[in-house]
Design a protein around this ligand. Structure first.
Ligand SMILES: NC(=O)c1ccc[n+]([C@@H]2O[C@H](COP(=O)([O-])OP(=O)(O)OC[C@H]3O[C@@H](n4cnc5c(N)ncnc54)[C@H](O)[C@@H]3O)[C@@H](O)[C@H]2O)c1
Length: 445
């Protein structure tokens, strides 16, 4: 009954879609539904974000403000901090953060807070979908009992599913519609309805037999990345020790048409996903008496990379008869990856902190990031905030060392090669022609 009712509303687009959390995941998702003709209500705790959306201003790079405005003009989209409107929704999708506690255990507080709001305002006939990345079992161990506590029965009064988000911020090639969506319901009806829902906004939906499979699928994907990046980082250190060009090796290996997928080294891993998600898996595995050693090893290697990069800077300065202490070091790119503004877990923060703790005067240029702040609980340097410096000839030439932490497309690396004296390139941003012409001493990862 609930299944048929919801399927009908989805098929004639009268279903109202509520999205809790309008961040990197939630905002693109709700806009996509509204552009496809659904009514969408976005729920936020951050009043500034809700206000910005209601004014047509997007704060997420991959979501153009024109699209938000289009949804507002057609009266399809509304953002609110009033959670009582959850009862107006037929579908509720949870897209809130899933960070780690300082002890590296999952911080479930955002999912729990969303669950409590839903519990308060839920009515019969709704489908709830969790999209936040989390450990296998969250949907049926944590959310399902919360809704059942209200006296509601799964399949009769509500449906419940998990569908991992795979958005790749800053990657224009893959957007919501052309990334296959994995969907796993707590029960067959939930899978069926959630699959029909997502088929409206993505080309391919891949249903699986349970929410747990879908939860584990997301963690497998991101653990795969964390471990392979860890291996690439280790290979870079091996190549450096053997004086072999890391990047040439990986480029050559990538010509193999099967059995190899290139991953690249860097100053560490960042973002809200890759450094965190494997811990959700290992935490859950530990509860079942299993110690996931690959995850631990990859974490050790990846989190050690900023120190390795700081060591490269020290050695490069040493070759110039300079010390880190008292040197001016320019960091190019501080966001955790190319062409985006996201600073979460960015390894550049650790590189800066390490260099400052050794007495360097660090400045940075990143047009995407106006200001960098440091969490005093973690810093060993002075922890003072830094501000984006204009990219001038003077900035480059006055620096004792330039460290490329993130390769942004808008940076003129030719100019850097012409004006810098020493460059540490952790991203292979300086291609062969630039390196050949460069007067600077270049050290690469
Ligand atoms: N960013 C990515 O690339 C990405 C990719 C795949 C999966 N994920 C996962 O998606 C989830 C969301 O990540 P994100 O990057 O969108 O986070 P985000 O921080 O960009 O957005 C989360 C939003 O939720 C809001 N929020 C927090 N608590 C809330 C509450 N109780 N009610 C309503 N809103 C609340 C915050 O104000 C914020 O705007 C996480 O579990 C993350 O691991 C993220």
């Amino acid at each position: 009954m609930i299944k048929e009712q919801l399927k009908q509303k989805i098929s004639d687009k009268t279903a109202c879609i509520g999205v809790i959390g309008l961040g990197y995941v939630g905002l693109p998702l709700i806009v996509e539904f509204c552009l496809k003709g659904f009514k969408g209500i976005g729920f936020e705790v951050d009043t500034k974000k809700a206000d910005a959306i209601n004014k047509g201003d997007s704060y997420i790079v991959d979501v153009p403000s024109e699209n938000v405005q289009k949804c507002l003009d057609s009266e399809k989209l509304e953002a609110t901090t009033d959670f009582s409107k959850l009862s107006d929704c037929d579908v509720i999708i949870i897209c809130v953060p899933t960070p780690l506690r300082k002890t590296k255990d999952p911080d479930m507080s955002y999912i729990l807070a969303s669950g409590r709001e839903i519990q308060k305002y839920m009515r019969k006939g709704q489908l709830v979908i969790l999209e936040s990345t989390t450990y296998p079992g969250t949907t049926d161990e944590v959310l399902q009992p919360m809704f059942e506590e209200k006296g509601f029965k799964l399949d009769e009064d509500f449906l419940l599913a998990f569908s991992p988000e795979r958005v790749d911020p800053g990657n224009p090639q893959f957007l919501t519609h052309n990334i296959t969506k994995v969907v796993g319901g707590v029960g067959k009806d939930s899978t069926e309805v959630a699959t029909e829902l997502y088929a409206n906004i993505v080309n391919t939906v891949h249903p699986v037999s349970s929410a747990r499979v879908a939860e584990a699928c997301k963690l497998w994907e991101n653990t795969f990345r964390a471990i392979n990046i860890g291996m690439a980082n280790e290979m870079a250190k091996v190549c450096n020790a053997l004086n072999i060009d890391t990047w040439e090796v990986v480029r050559a290996a990538a010509t193999k048409p099967f059995g190899f997928m290139p991953f690249y080294p860097g100053p560490g891993i960042g973002g809200h996903c890759i450094p965190l998600d494997p811990h959700y898996l290992s935490w859950k595995a530990r509860q079942h008496g299993f110690d996931s050693q690959f995850i631990t090893l990859a974490e050790q290697i990846n989190s050690g990379m900023p120190k390795y990069v700081a060591g490269l800077v020290r050695d490069a300065l040493n070759d110039q008869q300079k010390s880190v202490k008292g040197s001016k070091i320019l960091i190019l790119g501080v966001a955790y990856k190319k062409d985006i503004d996201d600073m979460r877990e960015s390894p550049a923060l650790s590189v800066i902190d390490l260099l400052r703790s050794r007495g360097a005067n660090v400045v940075y240029h990143d047009a995407f990031v106006p200001e960098v702040t440091f969490d005093h609980a973690y810093t060993i340097g002075d922890g003072e905030p830094l501000y984006n410096q204009e990219f001038t000839d003077e900035l480059i030439s006055s620096s004792d060392c330039v460290v490329i932490c993130t390769e942004h497309s808008d940076v003129d690396y030719k100019r850097v090669c012409e004006l810098a004296s020493v460059i540490v390139d952790t991203r292979n941003a300086l291609k062969e022609d630039l390196r050949e012409e460069s007067k600077a001493k270049i050290v690469r990862l």
